[in-house]
Ligand binder design. Structure first.
Ligand SMILES: C[S@@+](CC[C@H](N)C(=O)[O-])C[C@H]1O[C@@H](n2cnc3c(N)ncnc32)[C@H](O)[C@@H]1O
Length: 231
């Protein structure tokens, strides 16, 4: 059943969602992100950027930023490490921007648009995304990999789910036991089924002709990244 990436739809991708339903789902997602150590691969990538490129300041775009929880962790990372940050979020749902504002996400800019509609001239030192890539079907992912390489001056990171029966069953049970929002109950297992194994990333990167490193991230994620020494 999990032998290939699923093409099942997520409720979250249905533009007819109400603001209340979408924002409740984002609040649930923040809790899931905390429990599943979802911030770690991104913060570890930022530490690697700091070691390799020694930046004093960084502009960072989070694609599919949801309620902005990753951006808030990145802001705290910048304050801890003494790196000045100019943060930006992008999400096609207007309810994501509302949730990011309500939770005090410290962004300089926010784009409410499909990622492929971001104005042509926009470039950032780093572009990151978490729990976003699995929303894209394979052809769009190949386009996204090229897009990342073109939009990020210094580097980029995709952090996303490993497609495997163990996280699938664990998440199926956990979201029901903790009485998560119905959108999250449905989308959580669909997300894992739409997720990746290493061979998917090898195939997609080869098709896009983009060079990147594929790393395993505990407990059940892939961190796919590219990093240059200078912007
Ligand atoms: C599962 S949520 C992840 C949110 C956040 N990154 C996190 O880790 O909790 C995926 C987000 O991607 C957004 N999204 C999906 N497809 C998109 C697209 N083509 N362009 C921009 N945003 C998109 C959705 O609106 C949603 O907020």
């Amino acid at each position: 059943m999990l032998s290939a990436r699923s093409t099942a739809d997520e409720i979250m991708d249905d533009a007819a969602q109400t603001e209340a339903a979408f924002r409740t789902a984002l609040a649930n997602l923040e809790l899931i992100n905390r429990v599943t150590l979802a911030y770690r691969p991104t913060l570890a990538f930022l530490d690697r950027v700091r070691r390799v490129a020694r930046p004093e300041r960084l502009s960072i775009l989070d694609v599919g930023a949801g309620g902005g929880d990753m951006l808030r962790r990145i802001a705290a990372w910048g304050a801890r490490r003494g790196v000045a940050l100019e943060l930006a979020g992008l999400d096609r749902s207007p309810w994501a921007e509302a949730q990011a504002q309500a939770t005090g996400t410290p962004v300089a800019r926010w784009f409410t648009c499909d990622l492929f509609d971001l104005p042509e001239g926009e470039r950032f030192d780093l572009v990151i995304c978490s729990l976003f890539a699995h929303h894209l079907p394979d052809p769009a992912l190949v386009r996204f990999l090229r897009w990342l390489d073109a939009r990020a001056r210094l580097g980029w990171l995709i952090s996303d789910l490993h497609r495997h029966p163990v996280p699938y069953v664990a998440v199926w049970a956990a979201v029901r036991l903790t009485r998560m929002d119905p959108m999250v109950v449905h989308d959580s297992t669909v997300s894992i089924a739409r997720g990746f194994v290493r061979a998917d990333w090898e195939r997609l990167l080869a098709e896009a002709q983009v060079a990147a490193e594929i790393r395993w991230a505990v407990p059940f994620r892939w961190a796919v990244s590219a990093l240059r020494r200078t912007a």
